[in-house]
Each structure stands twice: as C-alpha cells, then as structure tokens.
Design a binder for this molecule. Structure first.
Ligand SMILES: O=c1[nH]c(=O)c2nn[nH]c2[nH]1
Length: 294
C-alpha cells in the first residue's frame, strides 16, 4: 500500500482578540475558531514513524495564537492567508497549508441609543467563514462564505409544475412557507502572492457585505418558483458585484413546514388559504446545491 494523501494539524483552536482604541476608549472584539492542516513531505511520519518531519500540532496551535497577536485578524481572509503562507515560508518540506477560519458574531450593543464601547451580544449562530489553501509556488486560493444564517418567509414562495408520476404525492403550491439555513460561498481568483491578498484588502469585507445583502434581499423579494431558481439569482448578483470572484456556491436545506388538517375537529379550516397553524419539520429536508461560474 502507499499513502494516497495526508494532511494534519490542529482543529477547533478558539481565538479571541480585542482591539483597544486608546483615544476613544472604544474596544472591538473578534472571536474565531481556527483549523490549520499541513501537507508536504510528511509521508515518512505515517509510513516509518519518522517524527523528524512533524511540526507538532501543538506548535501549529501556538503559531495560530502568535500570528493573531502579531497581525490583524480582520478581515479573516487576510489573517488566514498570512497564517497559511507562514507555514510554507517557515518549513521547506511543507508544500500546502489549509486554514479554515470561522468568525462568530459579537454585535456591539446599543445602550440608551448609543453604541456601547465594550459590550456585545451574539445575534445568531451565523458565522463568517474563510477557507484558504496556500500552496508553494502556486499562490493562495481563498474561499469566503456565510454559514448558518437561518431565514424564513411566510409567503412569496411557490413550487409547481414538477414531475408528476407514480412516485408523486406532493401537492402543487402557489403559496408556501420557505425557510433555510444559508450556506453561501464565493471563491476568489487565485492570489499569486500574499501581497496580492493585501492589495485591495477591502474587497473582502465589501464582498461579504454585498453577498449577505444580496442573499437577504433576494430571499425576501423574489417570488420564488423554487429554491433552485432563487439561489441561482443570488449567485448571478454576487458574481456581478465582485469581478475578482471566480465562482459562487450555495447549499440550502429546504426546511419544510407542513400544513395540519384540523377539519376532523368540528370542521376547523386550516389548510390551503385557511392555513395558519403549521408543523415545522426537523427532517427529512430538501437539500439544494449549486455552483455558478463566470
Ligand atoms: O424548491 C423546491 N425545490 C425542489 O426541488 C423541491 N422538491 N420538493 N419540494 C421542493 N421545493
């Protein structure tokens, strides 16, 4: 047998960093969970118990903290690229570094109508995600994303005209609830160097704002004929908004809310246009995926 592939490192490294503006007293916080995995001439550590090629995962964890201390942690695309490039630059036998950064929400509190200088709240489990692969001699691939943004619309969604055959029981609908947990991603054209990531670094926050706004607005306003068509419209707009984005992708569960027929109880009308009380479903759920390129 031979080692077909291998990568190792430290996962679930939780990092918090505070930025203190001495002049204003305003403090800003960032909390993220980092995974860093290395690839390269490491096969003998697997095949021959040769640990001389192993940068200990503990050292990788330490590097995550030191890099966060010595560099910006925002935008996460920059921090992840700096961290990935570090491993390539520092260890000649490492050829690839995979870095995933998941940024958790700490939204600044507004107290008595004013933004609070050092207090925040977790407004949702939505995260801003970045996955970077730095490859020796091949540049830095950056993928950004939004994960766990749970949305629902109470109307403005239809699904009809689908295949009807001996397997079909689903009724056609012109008015349904639509709910999903957004998992959206956008892959940047490969950056040849870390300097290329740094140049025009404001593109990353701008794209995240745009993608989040496009997702919410399109979800809300589209008279959706299907999850498929609505997500495609989101992809089109993100590509139009940022020329440096090469590919966009969505993976959307269709979190069903089933009507409950209560007519057995004194003829109570609760279906179709009279439907008000529904049964939210844990599963099964639809899962609709796409990738859209230029
Ligand atoms: O938007 C939808 N797309 C589908 O493919 C599907 N299948 N059942 N319900 C559905 N809703």
């Amino acid at each position: 047998p031979s080692l077909a592939s291998a990568r190792y490192g430290k996962d679930n490294v939780r990092v918090y960093k505070v930025q203190k503006d001495a002049a204003t007293g305003v403090q800003t916080v960032t909390e993220m969970t980092v995974c860093a995995l290395l690839e390269g001439a490491i096969e003998t550590s697997y095949t021959r118990a040769d640990n001389s090629v192993v940068v200990a995962t503990d050292s990788i964890k330490n590097t995550i903290y030191i890099t966060a201390k010595e560099n910006p942690v925002n935008p996460p695309e920059l921090y992840a690229s700096i961290l990935g490039q570090h491993f390539i630059d520092r260890y000649a036998h490492i050829t690839k570094a995979h870095v995933k950064v998941v940024v958790h929400r700490w939204t600044r509190m507004v107290v008595d109508g004013a933004p609070h200088p050092h207090s925040f709240f977790r407004d949702g489990q939505e995260t801003r995600n970045v996955e970077v692969t730095a490859t020796r001699g091949e540049g830095i691939v950056v993928k950004s994303g939004i994960v766990g943004l749970t949305v629902l619309k109470s109307t403005g969604s239809a699904f009809h005209g689908f295949v009807r055959d001996e397997f079909t029981t689903l009724a056609e609908t012109w008015d349904r609830i639509l709910s999903t947990d957004v998992d959206a991603g956008w892959t940047w054209s490969t950056f040849p160097t870390l300097d290329a990531v740094r140049d025009g670094v404001d593109r990353f926050d701008r794209a995240w704002e745009a993608a989040r706004g496009i997702t919410m607005k399109t979800f809300a306003n589209d008279e959706s004929a299907s999850v498929q068509n609505t997500m495609y419209k989101m992809c089109e707009q993100i590509l139009a908004a940022e020329p440096e984005i090469a590919l966009t992708n969505y993976s959307l569960p269709n979190k069903h809310y089933f009507e409950i027929d209560l007519s057995w109880h004194k003829g109570l009308k609760n279906t179709g246009k009279d439907a008000e009380v529904y049964a939210p479903q844990g599963g099964p759920n639809g899962l609709i995926k796409c990738e859209v390129s230029r």
